[in-house]
Design a protein around this ligand. Sequence first.
Ligand code: TYC
Length: 113
Amino acid sequence: MRHDLVMMADKREDDDTDVGVKLEARPKTKRPPLYKVMILNDDYTPMEFVVHVLERFFGMTHAQAVELMLTVHEKGLAVVGVFSHEIAETKVALVMDFAARHQHPLQCTMERE
Ligand code: TYC
């Protein structure tokens, strides 16, 4: 006798044993926090260097980089991107290291959005 077929037929019967299984009304879909990465103006870092940083580490075109550099130059700081904590930390570290290696005082920081 094909016991497997009999069993499959049995599975369709509701024996009321699956009690107490409740689905979440509002499933938790918490997104990780995001972080703004900013660069700060100073009196010494050359404009071309900042433009190069924005192209190299933030994937901007030359035109975008020039525009944002001038915004920082005029306003004092600007957000250059929004990232996960890990990516933001990496960007800040790469920019700070690159600036230090070229002996420019350029500052790059991050802040929770
Ligand atoms: N203020 C700098 C200058 O006049 C240029 C500059 C722009 C420096 C943006 C830093 O984040 C900066 N050479």
